[in-house]
Write a protein that binds this ligand. Structure first.
Ligand code: FES
Length: 94
């Protein structure tokens, strides 16, 4: 089972994630306050997060992320990036 480390406010929280689950789904399951104004449909960018480690263990950036301008590392949309292995992401609160 993949592990996802959320970094939020400088603190780390390590959680189990189901393979194929999105970063947003894992965050919500574990009570991590990741914004998701559009309900996880890739239309708002409030779930944007920064991948610190394990970018290769996320699904490739998809068309929705490209359309929303999330095109450069380390940024990903939490609702679009699927967890395939261990990863560490920073949840920003802006
Ligand atoms: S929740 Fe809106 S883009 Fe991810």
């Amino acid at each position: 089972m993949p592990k996802i480390t959320f970094v939020i406010g400088g603190k780390e929280q390590i959680c189990d994630a189901a393979e194929g689950q999105t970063v947003l789904e894992a965050a919500l399951e574990h009570g991590i306050p990741m914004e998701h104004a559009c309900g996880g449909n890739g239309f708002c960018t409030t779930c944007r997060c920064k991948v610190h480690k394990g970018a290769e263990n996320l699904s490739p950036r998809n068309d929705r992320e490209q359309m929303m301008g999330v095109t450069a590392d380390p940024d990903r949309l939490g609702c679009q990036a699927k967890i395939l292995g261990d990863v560490e992401v920073e949840v920003t609160e802006d």
